[in-house]
Design a protein around this ligand. Structure first.
Ligand SMILES: [Zn+2]
Ligand SMILES: [Zn+2]
Length: 401
């Protein structure tokens, strides 16, 4: 089975793998790394190439299951010791991955099992086994359309509200890639960001996630058009007020008394938020705290902080294939991201594949298909979906159609 998939990967890299040279700035100063198809537990690191065609030659001889490059630039990227590489700077990168975002549909399609005590469950896998505390958790996770929509929404808010509006980064310096699995990578190539150290990047993460926001900053209430979190909190309060019409509504994160208070003071609060009035309003602190928490939960973006704060990170190479899915790390235009369908837009395969199912596949919506397959089923599927199932070890490729 693997040899058929390897052949498909090889043909992809031979016939379809191209990038615009400008996609990876300072190509010679990056480290490249790959996981070979034939040794999936091994990571070959510290590779360096002077141009894309050289890299391509190399990977045609060593077909990768996964291909990476460093977000960092180095004097000597091929040095085997990190300290000898000579760090020059690093792109600012963000990872939005549904793995870290609880979605309701995970109850339907994700399962986990503790390798130490065999406890198991459905939904988002815990970091540690709730029964024995072990962190050796075997997870089976899938990406469905609903999961993907959540990632798309987070990506749009990250780019538009935080990177462009709050940080003033130019849209043309931001590239968004489908990660090949359950999310998106956002690359910022802005000279002003290159030299930021780990602490500075940590501050950016804290800002975007709303970590440690001080409630006192919002008393008296800010105005709607203020920049940054002040304006966001004002808008959030305004949205909550617009959901309160009778004073007895249920709003997550708020108590009955909170709602009643907001209902009774509605007019004065709206006046205080309004940019065109001079009025101000001081909110009782416990209520303001619950409001701020609720709004931060909704408006912060769930980025994986380890990726952004790591200044020597390896990240998936644009247009490379993800070895767990067979999907391509694909550049996505933000203006059409809500239409993005990985099984159509992140594949190079236009054919169909006949596949024999060997393990149960949960009810899933993938692209335009609804799946629910049992062992022994033999089905013809769009090649991208068949390859995805085969790479998950849930089916065997029979033939290309
Ligand atoms: Zn356990
Ligand atoms: Zn889902």
């Amino acid at each position: 089975m693997n040899s058929k998939i390897k052949q498909l990967f090889f043909e992809y890299y031979r016939d379809n793998f191209t990038i615009d040279e400008t996609v990876i700035g300072n190509f010679r100063q990056r480290e490249y790394a790959l996981v070979p198809f034939d040794a999936p537990d091994k990571m070959v690191r510290h590779l360096a190439f002077s141009e894309f065609s050289e890299l391509k030659k190399y990977i045609l001889r060593n077909v990768p299951l996964h291909l990476y490059y460093s977000t960092a630039y180095y004097n000597t990227p091929q040095a085997r010791n990190m300290d000898e590489k000579g760090w020059l700077g690093a792109d600012l990168v963000f990872d939005i991955d549904v793995d870290h975002i609880p979605t309701k549909c995970k109850e339907e399609h994700d399962t986990w099992r503790c390798l130490d005590c065999n406890a198991e469950g459905k939904g988002m896998p815990p970091e540690k086994c709730p029964k024995c505390g072990s962190s050796r958790i075997d997870k089976e996770v899938w990406v469905c359309n609903k999961c993907l929509m959540v990632a798309i929404d987070e990506t749009l808010r990250l780019v538009e509200e935080f990177l462009c509006d709050d940080f003033g980064i130019n849209r043309k310096d931001i590239a968004v890639y489908f990660s090949g699995h359950r999310g998106f990578h956002i690359h910022v190539e802005d000279k002003r960001m290159l030299r930021l150290d780990q602490d500075a990047r940590r501050e950016i993460v804290d800002y975007i996630k709303g970590n440690g926001i001080k409630v006192e900053l919002f008393n008296p209430l800010p105005k709607l058009s203020e920049p940054g979190w002040r304006g966001t909190i004002a808008q959030g309060i305004y949205e909550i007020l617009s959901m309160i019409n009778e004073g007895n509504e249920f709003i997550e994160g708020l108590t009955e008394r909170d709602i009643k208070y907001l209902y009774e003071h509605r007019e004065s609060i709206i006046k205080a938020l309004d940019d065109n009035t001079i009025g101000s309003f001081r909110m009782p602190k416990p209520l303001l705290r619950r409001l701020v928490e609720q709004i931060v939960n909704r408006k912060a973006v769930n980025i994986d902080e380890r990726v952004t704060t790591d200044i020597k990170r390896l990240i998936r190479f644009p247009e490379s294939l993800h070895g767990k899915t067979g999907l391509k790390v694909t550049k996505v235009d933000l203006s059409v991201i809500t239409e993005f369908d990985p099984f159509n837009d992140a594949t190079w395969l236009q054919t169909s594949i006949k596949i024999k199912v060997i393990e149960r596949i949960p009810k899933l919506e993938l692209g335009s298909l609804k799946l629910d397959l049992s062992p022994g089923d033999i089905v013809i599927l769009p090649a991208s979906i068949a390859l995805y199932i085969a790479l998950r070890g849930k089916g065997e490729m029979v033939e290309l159609i």
